[in-house]
Design a protein around this ligand. Structure first.
Ligand SMILES: NC(=O)c1ccc[n+]([C@@H]2O[C@H](COP(=O)([O-])OP(=O)(O)OC[C@H]3O[C@@H](n4cnc5c(N)ncnc54)[C@H](OP(=O)(O)O)[C@@H]3O)[C@@H](O)[C@H]2O)c1
Ligand SMILES: [Zn+2]
Length: 338
């Protein structure tokens, strides 16, 4: 039996453990992917810290996967061995329920699959993926450069293109970590007046070089007032991991403005009267499905957008994860298979 290596979490809060396993065989609607690179996302902490009720251990995290197809299930069409493939947070859907037929497969009534959480992900040499979860990756995109686009990329690209802002309007990116530094590039290329909001000034020069037109240091004063000085934000894309940080900029929305919530934070109070006065809203944003990932990859190719990555050998997954959690990475950590 051929063998594979995986970095597994045995229980919530445990260190990643290197294990050798048999390479699994794909079920009828699955493909076996040989992983080439896997990004390390803050959402991997759901698995590593065991924060989600009902999570079954041992579990392999990782949902920013780029690899190649190595084996194909009996009912899969449209793929062949050797094709480049990407897998993100979206772990698949049934394809026939009401939600799927209405192009809302992320909310599929029958399958609630999350890569690296409900089934094993990409901190491994091989993984299985449902065919509905697989995105085609253009041949000329680099493995390491594409991997973060499968979650950090698609989530911010999708949120921005569906946020309702028009070119020239103020779009604020709150938090410039793994997701935020890609969001800045997308917002600038989508034609918005792009304002980065982050703690301190140490990332300012880098973020301006990625296309931000303005930078607000949220520790230097009231960030909501600073956004109002710019006319108020049509959109605030909130990628921070702090509820307080989100609450502190909410007042920076302009008329008909929307805060797009991406960071998975705890609840925070909103002021309904202030929101009524501006007809503003707060909206949660799901990452995206496989076709959204394909759109993201093509947009990045067209506009020469790529993440800034710190690359770790796959076997150093624990160090890579710790680096991401430290908040010091500039800006995405990616595991590269050796
Ligand atoms: N909705 C979705 O589908 C989706 C998809 C992917 C990720 N996520 C979520 O998105 C969030 C960001 O993920 P990521 O991988 O980009 O994380 P990351 O690289 O760790 O970046 C986190 C960002 O939050 C900022 N931050 C952290 N604590 C803060 C505080 N107390 N006050 C102000 N800013 C603070 C950091 O700023 P500093 O530079 O100052 O540290 C950094 O800019 C996570 O919650 C993740 O779970 C959601
Ligand atoms: Zn993610």
């Amino acid at each position: 039996m051929p063998k594979m290596i995986a970095m597994v979490v045995t229980h919530g809060g445990a260190k990643l453990q290197r294990v050798e396993r048999d390479v699994p065989e794909p079920g009828p609607k699955e493909l076996l992917v040989r992983v080439h690179a896997c990004g390390v996302c803050h959402s991997d902490s759901f698995t590593v810290e065991g924060k989600v009720p009902g999570i079954v251990f041992p579990r392999v995290p990782g949902h920013e996967v780029v690899g190649s197809v190595e084996a194909i299930g009996s009912h899969v069409e449209g793929w062949k061995v050797g094709d480049r493939a990407g897998v993100g947070w979206f772990g698949g859907s049934c394809g026939y329920c009401d939600r799927c037929r209405r192009h809302e497969a992320f909310a599929c009534e029958n399958v609630q699959a999350v890569t690296g959480l409900t089934h094993d992900g990409g901190y491994a040499t091989h993984m299985l993926a449902d065919v509905s979860a697989l995105a085609h990756v253009p041949a000329d995109l680099d493995d390491v450069e594409s991997a973060p686009l499968l979650c950090a990329g698609v989530t911010t690209f999708n949120a921005l293109r569906n946020a309702g802002a028009r070119p020239g309007e103020v779009v604020a990116i709150l938090g410039v970590g793994g997701l935020g530094h890609l969001a800045v590039q997308f917002a600038a290329r989508q034609g918005f007046r792009t304002v980065a909001v982050n703690r301190g000034r140490d990332k300012e020069a880098m973020i301006r070089s990625l296309g931000a037109h303005d930078y607000i240091d949220s520790t230097a004063g009231d960030p909501a007032a600073a956004l109002q000085k710019l006319g108020g934000a049509r959109v605030i894309l909130a990628t921070v991991t702090s509820a307080e940080a989100m609450q502190s900029v909410l007042g920076g929305l302009g008329a008909n403005g929307t805060m797009m919530i991406i960071g998975a934070v705890s609840s925070f109070p909103i002021d309904p009267v202030a929101m009524i006065g501006k007809s503003s809203s707060v909206k949660g944003c799901y990452s995206g499905v496989a076709t959204d990932s394909e759109d993201t990859l093509r947009f990045c190719q067209l506009h020469h957008i790529s993440p800034m990555n710190e690359v770790y050998p796959f076997e150093e997954a624990q160090a890579a994860y710790d680096r991401m959690m430290s908040g010091k990475a500039r800006f995405r950590v990616v595991l590269k298979m050796t």
